[in-house]
Design a protein around this ligand. Sequence first.
Ligand SMILES: Nc1nc2c(c(=O)[nH]1)N[C@H]1C(S)=C(S)[C@@H](COP(=O)(O)OP(=O)(O)OC[C@H]3O[C@@H](n4cnc5c(=O)[nH]c(N)nc54)[C@H](O)[C@@H]3O)O[C@H]1N2
Ligand SMILES: Nc1nc2c(c(=O)[nH]1)N[C@H]1C(S)=C(S)[C@@H](COP(=O)(O)OP(=O)(O)OC[C@H]3O[C@@H](n4cnc5c(=O)[nH]c(N)nc54)[C@H](O)[C@@H]3O)O[C@H]1N2
Ligand code: SF4
Ligand SMILES: [Mo]
Length: 747
Amino acid sequence: MAATTDWKPTACILCECNCGLEVELGGEDGRHLVRLRGDKRHPVSQGYACEKAHRLDHYQHGPDRLTTPLRRRPDGTFEPIDWDTAIREVAARLTAVRDTYGGDTIFYYGGGGQGNHLPGAYSPTVRRALGSRWRSSALAQEKTGEFWVSDRMLGTYTRADFEHCDVALFLGKNPWHSHSIPRARVTLKEISKDPARTLIVIDPRRTETAELADIHLQVRPGRDAWLLAAMLHVIVAEDLVNHAFLDAHAVEVDAAVEALRTIPFDECCKHAGLEEGLVRRAARIIGRARAFASFEDLGVQMNRQSTLVSYLHRLLVVLTGSMGRPGTHYVPTTLVQFTGGAASRRSPVVGAPIIAGLVPCNVIAEEILADHPKRYRAMIVETANPAHSLADSKRFREALAALDTVVVIDVAMTETAKHAHYVLPAATQFEKAEATFFNFDFPSNAFHLRPRLFERPPGVLPEAEIHARLAEALGVVTEDMLAPLREAAARGLVPYAEALAARLFSDPAYQWLAPAILYRTLDLPEDVREGAVLLALALKKAFENPAQLARAGFGGTPIEAGVALFQAMMTSPSGVVFAVDEWSEVLGRIGTKDGKIHVSLPDLLEELEKCTRSGPNDYDERFPFVLSAGERRSFTANTIIRDPSWRKKDASGALRMNPEDAAALGITDGGVVRLTTKRGSVIVATEISDAMQRGHVSLPNGMGSGRHGDGLVGGVAPNELTALDERDPFAGTPWHKHVPARIERAE
Ligand SMILES: Nc1nc2c(c(=O)[nH]1)N[C@H]1C(S)=C(S)[C@@H](COP(=O)(O)OP(=O)(O)OC[C@H]3O[C@@H](n4cnc5c(=O)[nH]c(N)nc54)[C@H](O)[C@@H]3O)O[C@H]1N2
Ligand SMILES: Nc1nc2c(c(=O)[nH]1)N[C@H]1C(S)=C(S)[C@@H](COP(=O)(O)OP(=O)(O)OC[C@H]3O[C@@H](n4cnc5c(=O)[nH]c(N)nc54)[C@H](O)[C@@H]3O)O[C@H]1N2
Ligand code: SF4
Ligand SMILES: [Mo]
């Protein structure tokens, strides 16, 4: 009989798109991901996948895989321990920290990577049991400035419909490589080749996306605030403002419009390094667009004036009325909200603004190292690698060393795990059910619970199990609590959901206990077991968004709809559409108190005035280059894959540099340089590229982690070069794309 190939559905875990994949398992033990292809049944990616997905076996079979819990010895080496000992000792040590210094000194970092958000969904039980209050994640070094602005102006967060726009703008974003929008390369090519549509890219580098653009605004590094101010000036001065939209949906318009009207246009263009005519043309095209869609990302969010730029970018969207119509901006029905909670609290030690519930990443080390009664004493790090990914790795290592207890939950011995007291090994994302809440599609929004592909090896556990065991060791989840739900479960999913909903409504503590209780009491097939927590989310959605769920086929009472959605999640291995929105609903989702868009933000208008009056102040003659530390390239994926040989290109992570700069330094392509910043100095090979402008150099993201078979680490870890105090004054986000640097030829 001819062998038939058994393709199993799963997803790519290397960027937030999480494209649906089909994978053929094989190899000696049947545990290798031998062939991969896009899954046509996936509702969002529809068969799309980029080159990186084909290399996922390098994640599953990474070089630093953890196979047993580890405890650090006094000499810094690790010894294997069994799970019972690990859980007992971790619970005891964290309890001791809580009882001595207060649970609010136990800091939680991470909870989800590009492919896995279930750890974060299970973590509340343990966090609350310990009285832990402060937390953070990578979002607080990229998106919090944008969240803060968006929350104040709109009371919500928008995404854009690039599929149907006639004018697309990418601001500090290279979706050709970084994606973030579904089927990015297909969509980019479609816009590019259609003469009726215009692609505008703002990037100092001639990126792959810029190559496709109709207009490339090759701004000087870090000067986006002046460029956007100039563009907005044109829109106001030439009255390309959408008055009908603003009259109907906005308030406090005048101050912003007046500020933009009086901006010195020609000077702003000069600071941005761009020709006035080109800036004017781009602004007019946006102002006259039928449907304008726009996306800002790290090029501006990890740069100078980042929060101001996020504000100016929002003004471009709002003043042109680019919301609530096909091809413009929308507010999707999401399962989990990432934004919200705009800076009403301050961090306990340095008083930094807490945005979206997150302490700014750049102050975490200070919050640990300060001499302060409320300094953090312990840290739980889950599915993140902050000793590599946060600014100033050296300082972060010092901070880790100053903690009483560090617990790391990861699949691999990472740069962070090396500094832990306990390392708890997790099953990989193919050895358990996993999912993300990066579900932002519109009008149909989809969710994908990927069943596990194979059993986990002995010695590792899924995070759901780790959290349940810790919760039991902490004494907050007991058999008495589980019994009534076990009994309901035996009667079926609807009685179970009714019992759960009754408890969630009547007992506030149940909100945080529920993840562990659901995981312990719901009887699910082994390959989707870790999906238990989703029942609570499905029920919540059914109460909050009955119409949107009903349109997706999940109608009836909220209990019926929630249960039906949950069942669909468990039995749709290629993903399921869970909500169907309508464009007419978008503007009703403005979440400000009065339901209106608040156009003028006085503090940011003041900052705009200051910038345009005094001009940029970003040059330091000791450091004549601007280093962008962390570019997304063909084979980068944060530090998810730790085997450098997964990279088919650019294995050493070259420093990209303009040919004239190279000539001035006497360097030829591949030549080696010493790259020095305020915080560090490294030796790195160069790639000479006319895509770079003079004075701007760029290093890839995620390098300098993991190791080759020969033990060598590939490339430069970018945060050996970055500084904690180089951060935005409003949101605290780092200036990783604008690191002052010096370059000398090396031998
Ligand atoms: N291949 C790959 N894809 C990824 C990831 C990955 O590691 N590898 N990571 C994922 C993650 S976590 C994220 S957050 C996204 C990030 O996605 P992007 O933000 O698109 O990624 P970057 O390459 O870091 O930065 C984007 C661009 O900013 C430009 N830039 C630098 N300085 C400036 C400036 O002063 N002004 C402007 N306007 N632009 C500037 C750079 O030249 C670069 O092209 O990518 C996701 N996708
Ligand atoms: N200089 C500079 N620094 C940057 C950036 C930059 O552009 N420049 N980019 C920043 C951005 S946008 C981001 S998002 C961050 C990313 O940085 P981090 O948020 O720290 O995340 P990753 O590098 O993606 O690391 C994910 C970790 O999860 C582990 N892991 C994988 N699968 C599982 C699993 O199933 N369970 C568990 N428990 N662990 C698992 C991996 O081994 C890895 O250690 O980096 C940031 N740092
Ligand atoms: S890296 Fe991103 S775009 Fe590429 S296949 Fe994976 S999820 Fe899709
Ligand atoms: Mo990110």
